[in-house]
Ligand binder design. Structure first.
Ligand SMILES: CC(C)(COP(=O)(O)OP(=O)(O)OC[C@H]1O[C@@H](n2cnc3c(N)ncnc32)[C@H](O)[C@@H]1OP(=O)(O)O)[C@@H](O)C(=O)NCCC(=O)NCCS
Length: 213
C-alpha cells in the first residue's frame, strides 16, 4: 500500500527547490529526487538525487510522484516525464501549499502543484500536471487545461480559458472571459484582452502576436 504522503520528485533544478518547500508545508514526506545521471548522489536542499527517470518503476509502490521540472517555452519535457510515470504504473500527488486558498468548489487534477499564496476561486477547474505558481490568481469559473504553467503573479480572471500546454508569464493578465489557444506563450506583463486563437508568442498591452509557433 503506497503512503499517499510519500513523494518522489522528478527534476532537480530551481523549480524543484520551490516545490520542496511547498510539499513540506503540505505535510508530505519527500523520499528523494530523480534527475539526470551526472547528478545522481547530489543533494538538493535536504534531499538526495536517488536515480534517473529510468528508475521510476522502483518507487511506484513506495510513493506518489510529482514532476518538478520547470516550464517556460513549452511543456514537452514535462509531458514526456508524466507519460513515463503513467507507463510505469505510477500515480501522481496533487499538492496544495499551506498558504494557498483553494475553494472547496474548485477542482484540481493530479500532478498539479499549487504554490504558495495562490488563490483558486469557486468553480475554477485546473487540469493535470500544471504549475500554478506563487501569488497567481485563478478566478471563479476559469478553466486551465493540462500541463499549463501559470507563472508568479499571473492573473487569470473569471470565466477565462487557458488551452493545454500554455504558458502565462509573470504578472500577465487575462481579462474576464477570454481564452488562449493550446501551447501559447504569453510574455511576462502582457495583457490579454481578446481571445487568442492562433498558437504563438504574445506580448505587450494589448497582447500582440510576436512569433507564430
Ligand atoms: C516571452 C518570452 C518567453 C520570450 O523569450 P525569448 O524567446 O527569449 O525572447 P526575447 O527575450 O529574445 O524577446 C523576443 C522579442 O519579444 C520581446 N519581449 C520579450 N519579452 C517581452 C515582454 N515581457 N514584454 C514585451 N516584449 C517582450 C523582446 O523585446 C523581443 O522583441 P524584438 O524582437 O522586437 O526585439 C520571455 O521574454 C518571457 O516573457 N518570459 C517569461 C518569464 C517569466 O514570466 N518567468 C516566470 C517563471 S515563474
Amino acid at each position: 500500500m503506497i503512503s499517499t504522503k510519500n513523494l518522489i520528485l522528478i527534476g532537480g533544478g530551481g523549480h524543484c527547490k520551490s516545490v520542496i518547500d511547498v510539499a513540506e508545508s503540505a505535510g508530505y514526506s519527500i523520499i528523494g529526487i530523480l534527475d539526470t545521471k551526472e547528478n545522481v548522489g547530489k543533494q538538493i536542499l535536504d534531499y538526495f538525487i536517488l536515480g534517473t527517470d529510468d528508475d521510476i518503476s522502483k518507487f511506484i509502490d513506495k510513493a506518489l510522484f510529482v514532476v518538478t521540472v520547470g516550464q517556460i517555452k513549452n511543456a514537452e519535457l514535462r509531458i514526456k516525464l508524466h507519460d513515463k510515470v503513467y507507463n510505469a504504473g505510477g500515480r501522481f500527488a496533487t499538492i496544495i501549499a499551506s498558504t494557498a486558498h483553494v475553494s472547496k468548489y474548485a477542482s484540481i487534477d493530479e500532478g498539479t502543484v499549487i504554490m504558495h499564496n495562490v488563490v483558486v476561486n469557486a468553480d475554477a477547474k485546473i487540469g493535470r500536471g500544471c504549475i500554478i505558481n506563487t501569488f497567481s490568481n485563478i478566478e471563479h469559473d476559469a478553466v486551465i487545461g493540462n500541463y499549463c504553467h501559470i507563472s508568479t503573479g499571473a492573473m487569470v480572471n473569471g470565466n477565462c480559458e487557458v488551452g493545454d500546454g500554455a504558458f502565462l508569464g509573470s504578472n500577465s493578465v487575462m481579462v474576464n472571459g477570454v481564452s488562449i489557444a493550446n501551447g501559447c506563450i504569453i510574455a511576462a506583463g502582457a495583457m490579454v484582452r481578446k481571445d487568442i486563437t492562433v498558437k504563438g508568442v504574445y506580448s505587450d498591452n494589448p497582447a500582440k502576436l510576436k512569433i507564430k509557433l
